[in-house]
Ligand binder design. Structure first.
Ligand code: GLC
Length: 807
């Protein structure tokens, strides 16, 4: 195989690239929680404030060529007229050396040409809504260098969707001018139709060096029939000082640099926003001035960068491990928790693939926040409260919402959306030990999807969800599929309103078990008792209808015919039905065999298929059963990565460490790339994809929809809580690893309920699962009580030492 175009530097938590024309942009997100951007290994990218749909600041041409453009560009023009960039794009001018790297929260681009080195670091200031472009030029040429440096971004009309449809009118509502006092370009988008017009920001592009010239008009900057790869004004060595009132805006600034031999110069460009340009222009201008003045002070940028690093350090330090497997260790310590933050922030909305208009998914966010419940429980709690406010009085939840955009949510009733809230509530309670967040009063959403209906505690919200499921059981007592369950494309099996979902039954049981535990702790034994009865009812239905002889069915269709049975030609076995039976802990006698069948029928060696064989694509009649998806793609015989997480969890629960870890490792992007190469896999080596094309597809192994996937949080939770087995529960922190037999053990550090715990796991007998001794601060715990570190055994002012001996 060809040499890989990247390598990891684990100590620095970096991935470094030495080739840039990858098959797709490999992006890094830069954010302070309010202003956001992503940037690729080539320098392409975009930025937005609060919402990529509402306040898109800079443009990115999704789906179009040239791919991955525009971005955050710096052009260096030397006296002989050569133009090059610290990033591969836009010029692609050959240089003597080039490297790029992504790390949590920042990216660095280095290029060297004829003795001049340019290093550009991009990150989001933490206290100001400003993207900082730090540029360092070093002259090692042996002679003086004089060059012109240009920074460039293409500005956007804020409303992403309207821009693509009505941009030809709306472009007359753009105003970009250079402000002498600010020494910065200011940009405002003034369309009256903006739903949050009053907050609409003032965008500024400034610097801390002398500005020689500027341009605010993209078309003037580039020149007729040119683009950002060869802008005429850069070629000329000077910008035309053009302002813009209507048209295609950009921010381009020019400075001149003279460097003695051996000299080095560092300066910055600042792409920032201040709120309320249209409602109070003077205030917005004054704030922009304040921000620029603050950032221009010496040491200010360094302080902002230090704060960013502290944020990540704190976030990651909640759990760090040392494993005999460096690939897994890298993923667990850095890249997976990094991706979990992205999906918690962006749901499925925005990446270089996803165009930023999808808002947040209800079930998606409830799952994304599972990985924050253990690192940022407050954040997870706030999101859960928000989600509960999107539940209707009958207990079902909306499916997608646009909280920032203030658009009404989408409500097509799925059978599962509301259930995911329970898991999140449980995860928060298990992390913090505090159940009072369940008493928070939260309004239901009215049926008009705009107003709110009567309010109730979060606990009551969760119970309404149970009611909804109970009121929507089918003829076999299993939950109806309704529009769909977790599988968006399962809907066709239940379009006539009778199809039933085995997965939802399994999920309902898991939710009821968790609710029971929480009810007991709240002293509500009556509720706990009633949940037991509901669990029994579901267990009975599953025992009666779910077993197919070698595996479990996925459901029953509108005609009560089995979905996922061995006699079917297509989709005869479905992964989730097997994994979730283990997770729900039902039909124990068949669980091993079901998971063995999954291994035999679905494991491709690069992930397990969601189902198999795929239905043939259109124009075959059967393709209607999967809404026309081609064979091997996504829910039609694809490797659905999120579903792989549950298979890993199930194998871990069964104690089969070798297999669980094989499944975990084989789907890691960096491992898939080692097998099929970068060209085939396409997507980032450090972030999970939503799906990979399955073996029914000739492009088997192609990673689709990277970054924004439920795989991020689930893999994070499964790997830390079920493979390493460091699992928060209401009773305390369970440490119950499932590992490969060959491991001697591992160590980990975990901050739990405010205490730092040092965990040492030893595996003297080389088993895959099982704990024979748990020693907390030198004291052996009663093995009959389970491998639990209880809250009262934690030491608050120093470290708690935990030794786990497997056996
Ligand atoms: C996508 C959706 C998610 C759904 C999954 C399977 O990832 O965002 O909500 O559950 O596909 O259909």
């Amino acid at each position: 195989m060809n040499k890989l175009p990247y390598h990891f530097c684990d100590l620095q938590r970096e991935i470094r690239f030495d080739r840039f024309d990858l098959p797709a942009p490999w992006i890094n997100y830069l954010s302070n929680g309010r202003m956001h951007a992503f940037v690729s290994q080539a320098g392409g990218g975009m930025s937005w404030w609060l919402s990529p749909m509402m306040f898109r600041l800079t443009r990115y041409r999704f789906y179009n060529m040239p791919i991955d453009s525009p971005g955050f560009y710096v052009y260096i023009r030397t006296e002989d007229g050569t133009v090059w960039s610290p990033t591969f794009r836009p010029c692609e001018t050959p240089v003597d050396f080039r490297e790029a790297s992504h790390a949590p929260g920042y990216s660095v681009f280095t290029a060297k040409k004829r003795g001049l080195t340019a290093v550009m670091k991009l990150f989001m200031a933490q206290d100001y809504d400003t993207l900082v472009w730090e540029l360092k030029l070093t002259n090692e040429s042996g002679e003086e260098i004089s060059c012109d440096v240009f920074a460039y971004v293409e500005l956007s009309q804020f409303l992403a969707r309207e821009e693509t449809t009505l941009g030809y009118y709306l472009k007359w509502n753009t105003r970009a001018v250079f402000d002498e006092e600010l020494q910065a370009i200011t940009y405002a988008y003034t369309a009256w139709m903006h739903p949050r017009k009053d907050e609409s920001p003032l965008v500024t592009l400034g610097s801390d060096v002398k500005i020689e010239s500027y341009c605010c008009n993209r078309d003037v900057f580039c020149g007729n029939y040119r683009d950002e790869r060869n802008p005429v004004e850069v070629q000329n060595g000077r910008l035309s000082d053009t302002n813009l009132q209507g048209g295609e805006p950009c921010g381009a600034l020019h400075t001149h640099v003279r460097l003695q031999s051996g000299a080095e110069e560092q300066f910055h460009f600042f792409l920032g926003v201040t709120k309320g340009a249209l409602s109070d222009y003077d205030k917005a201008m004054a704030e922009a001035q304040e921000t620029l003045t603050a950032l221009r002070k010496s040491g200010a940028v360094e302080l902002q960068f230090a704060k960013l690093q502290v944020w990540w350090k704190e976030h990651l330090s909640v759990l760090q491990c040392e494993l005999p497997d460096s690939e897994a260790e890298r993923m667990l310590n850095t890249w997976n928790p990094l991706q979990s933050v992205q999906t918690a922030r962006y749901s499925r909305a925005i990446s270089s693939d996803a165009s930023g208009v999808r808002g947040i998914g209800f079930r998606d966010t409830a799952q994304d926040m599972l990985a924050q419940a253990y690192r940022k429980p407050k954040w997870a709690t706030e999101m859960l409260w928000y989600l509960a406010s999107q539940q209707l009085e009958d207990g079902h939840a909306i499916h997608a919402a646009w909280p920032e955009e203030k658009r009404p949510p989408q409500d097509i009733t799925r059978s599962d959306d509301h259930i995911w809230m329970v898991y999140l509530a449980y995860a928060i309670a298990a992390e913090t030990g505090d159940l009072t967040f369940l008493d928070k009063e939260i309004p239901f959403l009215g049926t008009d999807l705009v107003t709110s209906a009567g309010s109730a505690t979060l606990w009551e919200h969760l119970l309404r969800g149970v009611d909804f499921t109970e009121k929507h059981l089918g003829a076999h007592n299993l939950p109806l599929i309704l529009f769909s369950d977790w599988n968006d494309h399962l809907g066709p099996f239940g379009r006539r309103g009778k199809g039933e979902s085995i997965m939802v039954s399994q999920q309902h049981i898991v939710a009821l078990r968790q609710l029971s535990e929480m009810a007991e702790l709240r002293g509500d034994h009556t509720a706990a008792g009633s949940f037991s009865k509901l669990i029994e009812k579901q267990e009975k239905a599953l025992r009666q209808y779910a077993w197919d002889g070698k595996w479990f069915l996925r459901g029953l269709d509108d005609d009560a015919q089995p979905i996922g049975t061995h006699t079917q030609e297509h989709a005869r076995i479905w992964l989730n039905a097997q994994s979730w039976m283990v997770i729900a802990d039902v039909c124990k006698e068949h669980q091993m065999e079901a998971m063995d069948s999954a291994a035999r029928e679905l494991d491709t060696g690069m992930g397990l298929l969601l189902n198999t064989p795929g239905y043939p694509g259109w124009p075959s009649k059967e393709s209607a059963m999967v809404n026309g998806l081609p064979a091997g793609y996504s829910e039609n015989g694809g490797v659905f990565c999120q579903a792989n997480c549950w298979a890993i969890m199930a194998e871990a629960l069964l104690g089969r460490g070798d297999r669980a870890w094989r499944y975990y490792k084989q789907i890691m992007p960096n491992e898939v790339i080692q097998k099929v190469g970068v060209e085939r896999y396409h997507a980032e080596a450090y972030a999970y994809c939503s799906t990979m094309l399955g073996k029914d597809n000739e492009k088997f192994g192609w990673g689709c929809v990277s970054q924004v996937t439920g795989t991020a949080a689930w893999m994070d939770v499964v790997a830390t809580q079920y493979l390493l087995g460091i699992r928060p529960t209401l009773k305390g922190l369970i440490i119950d690893p499932t590992i490969p037999a060959e491991w001697d053990g591992f160590t980990a550090e975990r901050i739990y309920r405010g205490c730092k715990i040092k965990i040492q796991v030893e595996n003297p007998d080389h088993i895959q699962h099982g704990v024979k001794e748990l020693i907390v601060n030198g004291k052996a715990m009663d093995p009959l009580k389970g491998s639990i570190v209880t809250e009262d055994s934690l030491i608050h002012d120093s470290e708690t030492q935990v030794k786990v001996i497997m056996g």
